[in-house]
Design a protein around this ligand. Structure first.
Ligand code: ATP
Ligand code: MG
Length: 160
C-alpha cells in the first residue's frame, strides 16, 4: 500500500488535478471516491471524463446510479451509491461494468459493491477544509493503483 496527500484550493484546481490524472489512465483502473456531500468527488469525475473527451451514453432511465461514458479509446463507468446498502445493489445492471476489465471505474459511496470489485484500487478521500480548500488522501492497494498514485502525486501540491 502506498499513500499520499494532495491539496486543492478551488474547483478549478480539482479539475486540473483530474486532467493530469486522466492522462495516467489506460483502462482497468478502479477508483473509490470517499468524502462528505459537496467534497468534490463528482467534480473530479467530470474533469476526468472531459479530459478524456468522453461523452455520456444513455443509460436506462430507471438506472441513475450508474453513468457510462465512452469513446473509441475508453469506457468509463461513474457510479454513485449514496444511501444504498449492499442488499439493494443486485439486479441494478452492474454486470456490464463488472465484466469489462478494460473499463475505468470511478465509484462514489462505493461500499455496497466494494466486495464485488478487484482489490487493486485507488482510494481517494476528499476532506473539507477551510472554504474551498480540499485535502485529498490517497491510498493504493495493488500494482495498477500504486502507479496511479505515484503519477498523481508527482506534479501536484503534495506530501507523500
Ligand atoms: N477545491 C474544490 N474542489 C472541488 N470542488 C470544490 C472545491 N471548492 C469548492 N468546490 C465546490 O464544491 C462542490 C462539490 O460538489 P460535488 O458534486 O463534486 O460533491 P460530491 O463530493 O460529489 O458530493 P456528493 O456526495 O453529494 O455526490 C461544487 O459546488 C464545487 O464547485
Ligand atoms: Mg457526487
Amino acid at each position: 500500500m502506498k499513500q499520499g496527500t494532495i491539496y486543492t484550493s478551488s474547483r478549478e484546481e480539482t479539475l486540473a488535478l483530474a486532467t493530469r490524472f486522466a492522462h495516467a489512465l489506460h483502462g482497468g483502473e478502479i477508483i473509490f471516491l470517499r468524502g462528505p456531500i459537496g467534497a468534490g468527488k463528482t467534480v473530479f469525475v467530470k474533469g476526468i471524463a472531459a479530459a478524456l473527451g468522453l461523452k455520456s451514453s444513455p443509460t436506462s432511465a430507471s438506472f441513475s446510479l450508474m453513468k457510462k461514458y465512452h469513446n473509441k479509446k475508453h469506457r468509463l463507468f461513474h457510479i454513485d451509491l449514496f444511501r444504498l446498502s449492499a442488499g439493494e445493489v443486485f439486479n441494478l445492471g452492474f454486470e456490464e461494468m463488472l465484466e469489462d476489465e478494460e473499463a475505468i471505474i470511478l465509484a462514489e459511496w462505493p461500499d455496497p459493491i466494494a466486495h464485488m470489485l478487484p482489490s487493486d484500487r485507488l482510494e481517494m478521500d476528499f476532506i473539507l477544509r477551510q472554504g474551498d480548500e480540499r485535502e485529498i488522501k490517497l491510498s493504493s492497494f495493488g500494482r495498477i493503483s500504486d502507479i496511479l498514485l505515484e503519477d498523481l502525486c508527482k506534479q501536484a501540491k503534495t506530501s507523500l
